[in-house]
Design a protein around this ligand. Sequence first.
Ligand code: SAH
Ligand code: SF4
Ligand code: F3S
Length: 486
Amino acid sequence: MKEHDQWKSVYPEGEIFEDEIERQYYFMKKAAFYIEKKAEEKKRPLTFFVTTFGCQMNAKDSEKLKGILEKVGYVEGESEDEADFVIYNTCTVRDNANQRVYGRLGSLGSKKKKNPQKLIALCGCMMQESSVIEKIKKSYGFVDIIFGTHNLFKFAELLCKRLESTERVIEIWKETDKIVEELPSERTYSFKSGINIMYGCNNFCSYCIVPYVRGRERSRSPEDIIKETRKLAEDGVIEVMLLGQNVNSYGRNLTESVNFSQLLKMVEEVDGIERIRFMTSHPKDLSEEIIKVMKHSKKICRHLHLPLQSGSTRILKAMNRKYTKEEYVSLAKKIREEIEDISITTDIIVGFPGETMEDVKETVKVIEEVEFDGAFTFLYSKRTGTPAASMEEQVSKEVMKEGFSYVLDAVQKTAKKRASLREGKVMDVLVEEINGQDSSLVSGRLSNNMMVHFPGGKELIGKIVPVYLKESKGFYFLGEKCEGNH
Ligand code: SAH
Ligand code: SF4
Ligand code: F3S
């Protein structure tokens, strides 16, 4: 490729780098060189379009991808159809996430036929499964770049490799102990941001594929986390969400002894940060110390997402969750007693192998006892390679659906009841955006994470304002902004 020769005359190859991040910045410079040439040919900037599937970790990863893309000269496009570079950051936690990716890939293929210069990259959790890679090679041969969760930091390098050849680039790492920080990042919101505090998971819940695709638990150093938090605060961020699959076990692999509650206190001290959230908590590791820190904190939000998964001790054991129904209920009660007005939300799986209607009824009982403020309810999805996939007694679709509607009904009732307790109150809302359906309204969140929609304009975005919660709609409120100071 002639650009590659030109590049070599500008920057001789064979450079030695101090560390991986310096190496990656070299590739970003190189990619920028190539992209500039292409933009000159097209007489317009090249565009990208990233679609993110799955959880907050993936959303955070996508911000890094976008940061790198902008660094090398791409601009964000309006749609997948017209973009020069399309990226899917995938999720594989349940099969429907995979099916959505395959569906979208099908239509992307026909667009690539019409415009062979369109680049397509796949990354994220699905790519860590060898069966997926085989399927993509066989049925979706038009994909240009494939990488996984462990080597996302090499995105610029892989892009260069693809631009320098006509070959497809596939690079997947099975594991890593590396944490590569300080990649460029393009935040979705100016006023709030996720911060990775740990990567991977060691819990191996028997239904879950995450430990296989995200690797072993690795905590970031508290210094790095605080440095990032300070930088975000200086940049106008007022709300941070500390991210990890099980934040309660933060610090276990660090040489210095810092645990999650100590980390929370450190983050609390960062000036400018007004709200702190975290996700996700595993009930088995939620200590009294953490509850105490939350209770006395002015910044930690009144919300705890505490996945129950099942309310039947027998099923919890088969799920390898390491707590009983009674332990969960007493933990939730303690949290409610200690922290005034806290919202507790949860995840529930219906249809785990061997689950009977009796088990589902026990789950419903726990829902009623804890009175969840909200819940994500999932149909069990068999994930190849997990212990649950080879368990006998897989539950039929019909039984699953029946159980699902019981659980959903119970959750809706408790959520509605909890929300109605706040009706008529005045609470602080961090305004996030103009309402998608009605542009005379803005939408934001309470400390307890519930959405509130109320009349207002874009000048309120990123501000915390007191709002009168006029009407509860079950999962959200309609409100009115209170005038004056509060
Ligand atoms: N680390 C978090 C959750 C990560 S996955 C935790 O431990 O809570 C998010 C949710 O997806 C899980 O809480 C679980 O409810 C659901 N989930 C995971 N694997 C699933 C599967 N195989 N089928 C259905 N739901 C699943
Ligand atoms: Fe999956 Fe369990 Fe780890 Fe959560 S804690 S990511 S459910 S294995
Ligand atoms: Fe999905 Fe990976 Fe998150 S499997 S839920 S995107 S960690």
